[in-house]
Design a protein around this ligand. Structure first.
Ligand SMILES: [Zn+2]
Length: 211
């Protein structure tokens, strides 16, 4: 059996098992999507949002990309954000990075990863530059990249707050709260490093007053 065929086989086993456990499971699921959370995580295969939070299908709306970035020209991310905030009316948006992130580590090096990846990783280099004095002073490479993981998560939460999607919702409905978390691959624990409650004042420069 080829590796991808094993996935299809496992899917059949899983579906049969779920129906045996609870005959109404898929019926209920098909008619219900009312997640309270939008999760913006890293594409890394070791950080599955539902598994590490023990949530069920229907509970978390998920977007993942390399190093969990919120880029204001990324139509994919913005469409997910708009859909989750405006239509699904999520109460919390969580940006979850992880220690040992390959995207973050790559951004610290001088390696040329060719145009597309260079373009993406540039956003992380820009976060480094904001905290260069502190980061340069950390001599241990792993510690330095893990510290950048934390600063990156915080910066992506700020990036969410800069969007009109979030600002409009804060103004009209006092939601969602924004959270910056970091998951540890070594201990499986999530470290909450930053939070912006709905309505938190942000730098004047990024505020829109005609929402
Ligand atoms: Zn990662």
């Amino acid at each position: 059996m080829k590796s991808y065929e094993k996935l299809l086989e496992s899917n059949k086993e899983w579906a049969t098992g779920e129906i045996e456990k609870d005959p109404g499971y898929f019926d209920r699921l098909a008619h219900l999507q009312k997640p309270e959370f939008l999760w913006i995580g890293c594409s890394d295969s070791r950080v599955p949002a539902d598994r590490i939070t023990q949530t069920q299908p229907g509970e978390i709306f998920v977007h993942r990309n390399v190093a969990n970035l919120v880029v204001n020209t990324d139509v994919n991310l913005l469409a997910v954000l708009d859909f989750a905030v405006t239509l699904l009316k999520v109460k919390h948006v969580i940006v979850c990075g992880h220690y040992g992130c390959g995207g973050i580590q790559a951004a610290i090096t001088k390696q040329d990863y060719k145009p597309v990846l260079n373009m993406w990783l540039r956003h992380i280099k820009d976060v480094y530059r904001l905290h260069q004095t502190e980061l340069d002073s950390i001599t241990d490479e792993e510690q330095r990249s893990d510290r950048l993981v934390e600063w990156n998560v915080r910066e992506q939460v700020y990036n969410l707050a800069k969007t009109t999607i979030i600002q409009r919702c804060w103004k009209k409905e006092q939601r969602p709260d924004l959270h910056g978390w970091v998951y540890g691959l070594k201990d499986d624990l999530i470290n909450p490093v930053f939070e912006m409650k709905a309505g938190t004042a942000i730098d004047n420069l990024y505020q829109y007053d005609n929402l």
